[in-house]
Design a protein around this ligand. Sequence first.
Ligand SMILES: [Zn+2]
Length: 375
Amino acid sequence: MRFGIEDDRTRIVIETSDPADFRAFTLDGPTDRLVVDMPASSWAVRGLDAGEGLGAGLVGNFRFFNNSATTSRVVFELDDPAVIASQFVLEPPNAGGNYRLVIDLAPANPGNFAATSGFIRTGGIESLIAERVEAVYTPPPSRARRVLVIDAGHGGRDPGSMSPGGTRESEVALEAARELRRQLEATGRYEVFMTRDRDVYPSWEDRVGVMVEQRADLFLSIHADSSADSSVHGTAVYTLNDRAENRARQRANQGPGPTDQADVNNILVELELREKRNQSTAFAEVLLEHLATAGPLLQNPHRQANLFVLLDSRVPAVLLEMGFVTNRNDEANLTSAAARRRQMGAVVNGIDAYFARRGDIGSPQENPSRELPVR
Ligand SMILES: [Zn+2]
């Protein structure tokens, strides 16, 4: 991978050992980017083993991955809107040399950029998936601290479950999220982002957006349950199920309308979720082991939910139902600071154990200067 700058233009050169058909196109929103698709490749980018690197000129940084069994993709994040001025392949300069894919970028005004940007439709569900799925689950590059996104459920116009006594799920979820953040930050091992830190209602796209933007290592959505039967009580953890996947597939088969592209992009990633689901299930199970030390669990506590907020290809995600606002004991715990500290302490232990099992906690990256700048 090489970059060259001439006047206001940026040249990207990708060397390949074999001739490769490639397609390049730009996308606008949530960030401006140039996408290059090519046949499934094994990557050997000099000096980069983490799947990403810094660009030059119009390119801020780039990342590369295999986004399906048959395709590889490089995504170049653009610092400024740009159009593809030319793209071509050069033969090897000498025997045994490399082919070179060349893409020249020129600055564009935002209007031009938007007009020339978008996925190329080639038809067929499989190609649609391959085009839009950005990555099969790939662990984010090593960072000094793990990045967690905590989502306090509901909020604002949506109070969630309510108890006869007036306990609102949206409030106890936010209190728990704040307590969990406090405890996680106190370990020094985690950087924590919240989808909300006050009584507002973010859309599920916004909630998912936080986790995508922060390239989170883990996403935890916090809720409290309710039941018509006041004896039902206990904690439960949910992950995605096959029905969510089927629904995403149906939505994909209907094809994207002009207005719901972002929606479809988010949902489509669900289709290549198996590895992420394995990770989510692993986290759900270890989380439950630890939650069991802090209070009773609901019967069959690891249930699979059908929740948009858990949809994203890259981030293991689970939904925690802390207890039932409609059960007197659970309600008392949900509104008690001491019980909350205990339960969120168990969650922290579960998170620690999850990363320990993945073998990467306590070994922060030696050289954090390789981290990409936060933008
Ligand atoms: Zn809820």
